[in-house]
Design a protein around this ligand. Structure first.
Ligand code: ATP
Length: 253
């Protein structure tokens, strides 16, 4: 049996004493592309942060590649793309520099920085379709291209699993397609993905499983809800998952 890449068991997480996740269990195995869906504020980002140890667990446990998170040290095996590039961060870095920073976790293993780093950075830039922008300041890129830069940064570390928080939110169509392409290549290369999504768009065919966060727990774990009902009109691809005992066909996207 394949060892789970991510295993969350009965996790509870809160902020300032207010519970957000009460009892969440989730297993992601190698090669899966799992989408975390749920209403605004349901705790999707909190779940990703808890997996990474960025917020402490109030109860339960997280294991990464079979190792309890508190003893896990192989962070180069994990790529993380947070929800947004800090708005107006004013970082004067070029696209190439930002992507190269994704190699830092590898430096301890592969130092000194050299050809392997340059090749990984170039490959990541190609994967997201930004090879010709390496020398440009990040600030001169569109929001979608900036998001692709962050994805390239995560890919440059050659991780085995990618955790992505709303990677395509507010991203132009070309960037969404480029991202879907990069993600497919990552998966075809044996990568595992856990991503928070609001709109699946071109990612939909890549998703092998969907989990829905609702009222502090996971109320659905299985097939990706199909677009249906009054939200199915063209152009409406928002995920409005419900957690009543509705047949999957009634779930609107
Ligand atoms: N650092 C924080 N401190 C205090 N409360 C927080 C913090 N981060 C998130 N929250 C609260 O926790 C709840 C869950 O937030 P979270 O960002 O995990 O939800 P989400 O499902 O990702 O939402 P969205 O779809 O809007 O991004 C929200 O009520 C939010 O206000």
């Amino acid at each position: 049996m394949t060892e789970p890449v991510i295993q969350v068991s009965h996790a509870a997480v809160g902020y300032d004493g207010r519970a957000v996740l009460r009892d969440v269990s989730l297993t992601v195995t190698a090669g899966e592309v799992v989408a975390v869906l749920g209403a605004n504020g349901s705790g999707k980002s909190t779940l990703i942060r808890a997996v990474l140890g960025l917020v402490p667990l109030g109860a339960g446990s997280v294991a990464l590649f079979g190792t309890p998170q508190r003893r896990f040290r192989q962070w180069h095996r994990i790529g993380y793309v947070p929800q947004r590039l800090g708005a107006g961060s004013g970082v004067p870095a070029t696209v190439g520099e930002v992507v190269a920073s994704g190699r830092l976790a590898r430096r301890g293993v592969l130092r000194p920085s050299g050809r392997a780093d340059r090749e990984a950075v170039a490959e990541a830039l190609r994967a997201v379709g930004l090879a010709d922008r390496a020398g440009d300041p990040v600030a001169t890129l569109s929001g979608g291209q900036q998001q692709r830069t962050l994805i390239a940064r995560a890919l440059a570390g050659r991780p085995e699993v990618l955790l992505l928080d709303e990677p395509t939110a507010g991203v132009d169509a070309a960037s969404q397609e480029a991202f879907a392409h990069a993600l497919r290549a990552f998966r075809d290369g044996g990568g595992t993905v856990l991503l928070v999504a609001h709109e699946l768009g071109p990612l939909r065919p890549l998703i092998s499983r969907a989990v829905v966060v609702h009222q502090g727990g996971i109320c659905h774990d299985g097939a990706v809800p199909e677009p249906a009902g009054h939200h199915a009109e063209p152009g409406h691809d928002h995920v409005h998952p419900h957690c009543d005992e509705e047949p999957a066909g009634l779930w609107s996207m």
